[in-house]
Design a protein around this ligand. Sequence first.
Ligand SMILES: CC(C)(COP(=O)(O)OP(=O)(O)OC[C@H]1O[C@@H](n2cnc3c(N)ncnc32)[C@H](O)[C@@H]1OP(=O)(O)O)[C@@H](O)C(=O)NCCC(=O)NCCS
Length: 207
Amino acid sequence: MAKVQYEIRVAFESEADSVAEFLNNYFYGWSPLTEISGNANGSKSDILLPSVTLKNSTIVKEGLSIIAVSDTGEIIGASINETLNSEPVSSIYEIALLVSTVNDVMNEKRKAKKEMLSGILVVHPDWRGNGIAGALLSQAIELAKEKKFDQIRCHCTNAYSARVYEKCGFEYIHSIRYEDYKIDDKVVFKPRSPHTHIHGMALRLDN
Ligand SMILES: CC(C)(COP(=O)(O)OP(=O)(O)OC[C@H]1O[C@@H](n2cnc3c(N)ncnc32)[C@H](O)[C@@H]1OP(=O)(O)O)[C@@H](O)C(=O)NCCC(=O)NCCS
């Protein structure tokens, strides 16, 4: 296979809207819990509220997000990161609830003083399976060290990205099986195999 050519770097403030659009196209509707066929609300248009695009664009402007850019200048991957300072939110109520359940346990078990949230990790479908997610995350870790964060946490919903976080040294702090997660006695999420759990994971950084 030909060697894939891409650059990994911090997303510029001026690229915030393009990165948010990339997420609209390749994260929402693609991640296990937002996949069109199995998401909580049933359609991509429910997820893509204008406020979501605006929020992601604002997060990118914080300067902690990393992107992969192809040799033709196209965004092909993103690690969207922000300072963890409040409850993690999602535009979908059921996902927000699940994430905050995991997050609460992480706060009890592994809270650190200054934390970065690795909120989204995504690679363009045509470029997956080439190690780009790992390259994005490695650079995000270096940036977090540079910015003197004590820890990075993530709420990982995808079995493939869990492997990527694990390979980069993240530990599993709290996991919930989707088939055990019920609201009003009903299983809420039924993502495709092999996505069986949401994992709260964390990496301590030595500063
Ligand atoms: C998860 C995601 C970011 C991985 O990106 P990627 O660049 O393809 O990741 P990698 O190439 O580093 O692969 C990661 C691991 O998953 C495996 N993998 C990835 N896609 C796979 C597939 N379709 N089938 C089987 N294994 C797969 C890889 O083999 C690798 O495992 P290994 O290290 O044991 O070889 C990408 O699939 C994606 O964007 N998914 C949709 C968005 C999403 O769900 N993000 C995560 C939310 S927490």
